[in-house]
Ligand binder design. Structure first.
Ligand SMILES: Cc1cc2nc3c(=O)[nH]c(=O)nc-3n(C[C@H](O)[C@H](O)[C@H](O)COP(=O)(O)OP(=O)(O)OC[C@H]3O[C@@H](n4cnc5c(N)ncnc54)[C@H](O)[C@@H]3O)c2cc1C
Length: 344
């Protein structure tokens, strides 16, 4: 038998940011990956402290941004790569009213550090009413992040490329096949519905599509444009545009209406030709009250869940992995707002 402090099930943002906490604290662990492209891997990588529909912010936004930036530096120290792309979001205004609202909100104490008062005009794309810059916003190099961490964990033989089989888990003996574990953490995103221990966790899928496009006329390189969805350059001369939101069409293949919605959205502000090269989709694990779900199994105290990261997998995953770690290892209570116990 192999003794480990933790088994992590799931290799998206929840699993990897928790793995980072374990690496930092010298805990032994293995992580199970069923080898499917997770929602995290198809995500845009946007790190954004502002809700761009209404120009509001959210719970602990500044703390979350600061913590993420520190954590990415720590991850860089052992994988050798920087995954933070400092390309701020420029939100294209629809009309003068939006400009006025932005300026008014930028006086607000909570938003003063995020909403830049100086509007800018963007080249190439249509922006008759200019655009507002979100200070402190950035992007994660999604592909680099997963490639870097997967290969780091592979080298240390901690990455198990295999679907976790719940029938082989013996929770009372704390064993799974040839592993003796202290704790096991389930981070399967929407896959949690197949987990007999946590299948009743109240997460709902929100399907998101994104497209990768070839633009005939390049847009500025060092920014992220937001109009309906996000547009920014990725590798090989391609650009990312997305993602959509859909709670109804939840089948496991591409939805053509979502692709049409993306093409229409992009055409509205990009006046040149473009070609769609790739379409991807994933399922965001969302919660009614828009807060993650973290907690301990009521009957098996060595089983934990980390889910419900919603549309903000990067900020939520990074920040709350520390709350969960402190809860398990230091007995520090979880915030009521994110605790699994709030549903009991
Ligand atoms: C199109 C789109 C764009 C998005 N853009 C952004 C963005 O810009 N910024 C942002 O912060 N968030 C974004 N999100 C949201 C973000 O992707 C999610 O919040 C996040 O992916 C959830 O992470 P997770 O780790 O909980 O789940 P997932 O990413 O779904 O990962 C769970 C993993 O567990 C694996 N798994 C499940 N069961 C098992 C098993 N039995 N054995 C082994 N492995 C298993 C799954 O295969 C999967 O790989 C976006 C989402 C979508 C769909």
């Amino acid at each position: 038998m192999e003794n480990v402090d933790y088994i992590i099930v799931g290799d998206g943002y929840a699993g990897l940011f928790f793995a980072h906490q374990l690496i930092k604290n010298n805990k032994s662990f293995v992580i199970f990956s069923e080898g499917r492209k997770s929602a995290s891997q198809v995500s845009a990588g946007i790190i954004n402290p502002v809700v761009l529909k209404k120009f509001t912010t959210f719970w602990k936004a500044q703390e979350q941004i600061d913590f993420l930036k520190t954590s990415l530096k720590e991850i860089e120290s052992y994988t050798g790569k920087n995954y933070l792309i400092e390309s701020p979001i420029h939100r294209i205004f629809h009309d003068e009213n939006e400009q006025k609202l932005w300026l008014k909100k930028s006086e607000n104490e909570e938003l003063v550090n995020f909403l830049d008062k100086n509007f800018g005009h963007l080249n190439v794309v249509k922006n008759d009413f200019n655009s507002g810059k979100v200070n402190q916003s950035a992007r994660l190099d999604v592909n680099g992040f997963f490639t870097g961490l997967f290969s780091f964990l592979n080298e240390r033989e901690q990455f198990i490329n295999e679907k976790f089989d719940y029938t082989q888990l013996n929770a009372s003996d704390s064993t799974y096949r040839n592993f003796n574990f202290k704790n096991i953490l389930f981070c399967e995103g929407m896959g949690v519905k197949d987990n007999p221990y946590f299948s009743n966790v109240l997460v709902n899928p929100n399907k998101g599509h994104q497209i990768k496009v070839k633009l005939s006329q390049p847009i500025p390189e060092n920014i992220t444009i937001k109009k309906k969805h996000f547009l920014f350059p990725i590798n090989d001369g391609l650009y990312f545009y997305g993602g959509t939101y859909d709670r109804e069409q939840l089948h496991h293949h591409i939805d053509e209406t979502a692709v049409e919605q993306l093409i229409k959205g992009l055409s509205e502000f990009y006046p040149y030709d473009f070609e769609v090269e790739e379409v991807n989709f994933g399922f965001r694990p969302t919660v009614k009250d828009r807060r993650p779900i973290i907690g301990r199994h009521p009957e098996h105290p060595n089983l934990y869940v980390f889910n419900g990261l919603g549309a903000r997998g990067i900020l939520n995953g990074c920040y709350f992995s520390k709350s969960l770690y402190d809860f398990i290892e230091e007995n520090i209570p979880l915030h009521e707002e994110v605790s699994l116990a709030r549903f009991e």
